[in-house]
Write a protein that binds this ligand. Sequence first.
Ligand code: NAD
Length: 434
Amino acid sequence: MKIAIIGTGYVGLPTGVGFAELGNQVTCIDYDKSKIDMLRAGHVTLFEDGLDELLQKNIAAGRIIFTTSMAEGVSDADIVILAVGTPPHPETGAADMKYINAAATELAQYLTGYTVIATKSTVPVGTGDKIEDIIRTQNPTADFDVVSLPEFLREGFAVYDFFNPDRIIVGANTERARNVLRELYAPFADKSQILFVNRRSSETIKYASNAFLAIKIHYINEMANFCEATGADINEVSRGMGLDTRIGNRFLNAGPGYGGSCFPKDTSAMAYMADENGVDMTLIKAAIRGNRARKTMMANRILDAVSGIENPRIAVLGLAFKNGTDDCRESPAIEIINDLLPHNVQITAYDPQAMETAQKVLPAGAIKYAPDMYSAVSGADVLAILTEWDDFRTLDLARTSELMRHKVIVDCRNLLNPDDAESHGFKYSCIGRK
Ligand code: NAD
């Protein structure tokens, strides 16, 4: 099939490369010329395991091309996939639809023949209707359907998730569009559940899923607070809960709160939509409030650990919002660092993938960046572990204890073994355990 993908970011790029690998002819469109130039030259613009090789392979096979021209990609496409950002509106917290509206307005004029417009961006319920109106206004004779095709990939596992989705949700209101999507997803028919629903349900499924996962994280973090107050161990509690198949063992890791480009904005957009529709969604609002407070709580723990030390030096391991990605959008690590900065502390940070992206979101010159974990901890008074990279689990504690000025660790991801840390002379604190 001929596929045009508008937006070549964390969703659009792995999706485009994935569909090309399945034998489709893909044109990726982005108005960011520097991204397109890099991709044309065969360089990935973001870190995702396995993406680099797959990109180069499909460029060489002539199955994927990159362009800034909407006309070039859209005019003979069977499917146009919208994968542009839907960031939170700065004032209301609602999903800001300016990129979707601009893309729909622009693409409309280039539609020829029957085309399915599929929205992969996370968009408020009713957006499909609005995109339809925009395209009809711009191009009254266009022959098209708009479907909702929410994306559930996990950053850091985007390539794996593309080929192994838990489920594919298609929100289509016509049989003609459903047939096109059946053909597109035919390679997945044997291994993944493909659920056809109406378009508004599909749009809602995405928000309902993300809000649920955010609430689950908030819940386990509150349970960690309870464990700290009572002497229970949150890791044991999570394990015990997770064995119940009704609960499931995922999203039960206590930590510094959720972040990233999805949960914070999607919970806030969901709360906004609920209010707009006169529905009081108390759980989501509690998760949003609690998650914000959690970052401050973590920053205060780190500040407590250096209280009494003059010009304290803090080593931070981890800047990305989670492991496996270079994405720092709404990263708990970044928010915690921003909370620490006004307290006259010196911070040296290391992250295996996210140093470049972190520099774009942290104030210039605010912290130092170390080339590896041991340079980061060298001379530090406290080590704060803020992202759950596997590398940090294997931190050589003997070496670290020799390098640090004071032997204090605040492990906000429960990566280290408390007994190990203490046996190396560290004052060790973590989340929801001794
Ligand atoms: P992103 O910011 O990484 O990428 C968006 C891209 O769209 C950018 O490269 C931007 O230049 C481009 N763009 C914007 N408007 C354009 C236009 N009119 N024409 C051409 N290009 C345009 O965003 P992302 O993280 O890929 O997210 C995209 C959408 O997918 C969002 O709605 C997000 O909520 C949703 N989503 C993201 C994830 C994730 O893990 N990142 C997962 C599921 C769903």
